[in-house]
Design a protein around this ligand. Structure first.
Ligand code: PDD
Length: 278
């Protein structure tokens, strides 16, 4: 496959990144995942806006090719013949000697992958996912989309080991987010609830899109804390992310959500999201 690395689309097999790259040595990297549906990137502008925010939050400047990134992403998808799939974009400060505070002299590393995947026929869209709950052991800048993903990898592996599909995290206030998604509940009244943005969770691009689509459809959306109790009693629960899109949660720690099927409001929002992407 072809990747983009530091100015060039090139074969992944021969691409080279320094062992001194600060993402490799210190986990100092920012990333974005943006899906491609029928040749169109979904919400690319909001993903790139969040890239800028994440970079700024950890003192990195935008890479020299920042303004060309949309074109580069399109070119890369095209070069790989991908009409349905995703682009993964990673930016790091580049290579420095192994010192915590060394200031990079060279260019930042910008790496983009494009991978084919048929998101529209994912079984989870209709079947939903089962989840477990775990304390959120991550750091307190979860609004920064960093490649420092060890807690998420551990949470997802633990889910699989426990026979469920994914993990949702909670802190002392309530549900924060999923291991790679945002969480919504639907109240009996039909009102959607999701946690307000803060440094405790990532500002999901799909979360924002779903809130807009819900409001456009006349639904009420409240941003407030969801307690664990509320989550377990909610008639509908769903998660959102670029790659999940919008997926119902059918069971939590072994307790069925509602009747264990995709809820009516979740289904309406799925339809609205699919319409929006087409
Ligand atoms: N993850 N919260 C976390 C911790 C995430 O990692 C993600 C996305 C989201 C949802 O954000 P968005 O709707 O912008 O994708 C929320 C991506 C898909 C990933 O790590 O692969």
């Amino acid at each position: 496959s072809l990747i983009y690395l530091n100015g060039e689309i090139q074969p992944a097999e021969s691409a080279r990144i320094s062992p001194f790259d600060r993402a490799f040595l210190f986990g100092e990297g920012i990333y974005e995942v943006c899906i491609i549906i029928n040749g169109q990137f979904v919400d690319m502008d909001s993903h790139l806006a969040r890239l800028d925010r994440s970079l700024g939050a950890c003192g990195m400047t935008p890479p020299p090719e920042r303004a060309q990134l949309p074109q580069i992403m399109h070119d890369l998808a095209h070069a790989n013949g991908i009409t349905n799939g995703f682009a993964y974009l990673q930016v790091t400060p580049g290579a420095t000697p192994r010192s915590f505070t060394a200031v990079p002299q060279g260019r930042p590393t910008v790496m983009i992958l494009a991978q084919a995947q048929d998101f529209l026929s994912a079984p989870s869209l209709s079947r939903g996912i089962t989840v477990q709950l775990q304390p959120d052991i991550r750091w307190l800048h979860r609004d920064i989309k960093t490649t420092m993903l060890l807690p998420q990898v551990m949470a997802k592996r633990s889910a699989l080991a426990n026979g469920v599909d994914d993990t949702l995290f909670f802190d002392e206030l309530g549900i924060t987010e999923g291991s790679s998604s945002n969480v919504f509940i639907v109240e009996a009244s039909g009102t959607l609830i999701t946690r307000p943005l803060s440094h405790h969770l990532l500002a999901g691009c799909t979360r924002a899109r779903i809130i807009t689509l819900a409001q456009d459809a006349g639904m009420k959306v409240e941003e407030r804390i969801i307690t664990r109790d509320e989550l377990l009693r909610a008639p509908e629960v769903f998660v959102t992310s670029a790659t999940y899109m919008i997926v119902p949660v059918t069971s939590i720690d072994g307790h069925a959500v509602g009747d264990g099927q995709t809820g009516e409001v979740t289904k309406r929002l799925q339809d609205a999201y699919l319409d929006f992407m087409r």
